[in-house]
Design a protein around this ligand. Sequence first.
Ligand code: DHB
Ligand code: FE
Length: 289
Amino acid sequence: MAKITASVYTSHVPAIGAAMDLGKTQEDYWKPLFAGYEYSRQWMKDNKPDVIFLVYNDHATAFSLDLIPTFAIGTAAEFTPADEGWGPRPVPKVIGHPELASHIAQSVIQQDFDLTIVNKMDVDHGLTVPLSLMCGELDPKTDAWPCPVIPFAVNVVQYPVPSGQRCFNLGQAIRRAIESYDEDLNVHIWGTGGMSHQLQGARAGLINAEWDNRFLDRLIAEPADLAKVPHIEYVREAGSEGIELVMWLIARGAMGDVAGSGRPPRLAHRFYHVPASNTAVGHLILENT
Ligand code: DHB
Ligand code: FE
């Protein structure tokens, strides 16, 4: 059977992708940020998954105000990195896993979560920046991402957005779906976006390191309580775009202590850094035990 062996959490700041694409990672501004992912890149090599289930948000790239799915699962064979205004990032195309994605859609919809099935979409920095952070620089002409990726897009851009509680419950349903797939696959689930940031209005530039670190503590140790935090607290404490953090609760809800073995995960890596563009960067790796 397929198994979720680990979850990864990371911010997706677009400027991080640009720093990698333009060869700026060793500049003073970026060096400490990329140093925090050195462990993670080695960990990815040592713990190579067969499939990554990647929870992220689209930023009006594949979707727009014309069409706003709350939860959308990518069932295509491949996904092209989007042109976000400066041309598509020079990274490999993303190979999907249509069989596992279709199975998850079937199972999760039968568990009463409404998913939008997406057979064709481009993927933006929300998905490609976490992959780049974890996998390093890759040449689209000669290299590939280490494994297939199932994109799972969550609307955290246009209200109403899903609650942390609903995301946490969905993670549990996703775990049941993956672990009922009849093939021995090692699956990672990633929750991406965040941490505190606000890109607009009077509070643009807001960073709340204390709240972010408390979020990391609670995500590790008391995720069921953290899931009860209402939207207003995210927005007040972590800024309007800090609401992206509800996506981390999907990945956390899929971990064994919540929906499986009952044993707490092992914290393999924790990192927090300010600044990266307008955003605080947070990162965790949790392994199922
Ligand atoms: C920034 C952060 C984001 O999450 C995003 O989607 C776009 C921009 C920023 O920090 O500039
Ligand atoms: Fe974002």
